[in-house]
Design a protein around this ligand. Sequence first.
Ligand code: ADP
Length: 254
Amino acid sequence: MNNVLEVRNLQKVYGTRGNLYPALEGIDLQIQEGEFVGIMGPSGAGKTTLLNLIASIDNPTRGSIIIDGDNLVTMDEAQLARFRRDKLGFLFQDFNLLDTLTVKENVVLPLALARIPIDEIETRVGRVARPLGIQDILAKYPYEISGGQKQRTAAARAIIHNPRLVLADEPTGALDSRASTELLQCLADLNKSYATTIMMVTHDAFAASYCQRILFIKDGVLFSELVRGATRKDFFHKILDVLAVLGGDNRDFI
Ligand code: ADP
């Protein structure tokens, strides 16, 4: 199996001399092609920092981040911009759709930016719309659709260019439980059918239970790891057990 992501000895220190704050320390992790990995930990543990470093929108203090064989740390801004566009897909809590574009136009945006031919764009829309259940709303505008449909539109946009890695930051954070379940099921199906590699930050044990593996961070270091066994329900309870040991404010995990 190939490693899509390899993080080695990653450190991030915020602040200036005399007022330094280490947010991440000595993080080592790998994500293999086709994995669906969750990142969990109490508030302030360093999850967002880790995601931002892997998304290459922030620079580490030390260490390397290798995606698809390329070390982000050695790239310049132009290379990073191209890298993000071609190799990464993003899914955020608040959808980030453009209100003046239809669902279809939002979904194809990454392809239009990459100057993919029209025929190819149509084929790819067909391929992502069905598994995400948005084929009937392609002509609608974001204000005409539900939160769940918005997030599934955003998920279609995140995967339409076949990125090597999809980074999801609390993707169910703004959804009700039914829409969350639908989105998570879609992500799990995409992961299974298309071997889409997904790394998802979440504080929600239910959302995390759709992953195959969870990495727990506490105080900027990797605390433990859980691998899913036979059933999602069983995994959910194991995740809750680790969260209880991790401590912190319980409200973080509701
Ligand atoms: P999480 O996403 O797990 O809640 P973060 O990655 O946001 O944690 O933050 C980790 C730690 O780093 C926190 O203590 C936070 O206050 C600190 N931190 C985050 N961003 C900055 C920043 N830009 N400057 C200084 N400290 C920061």
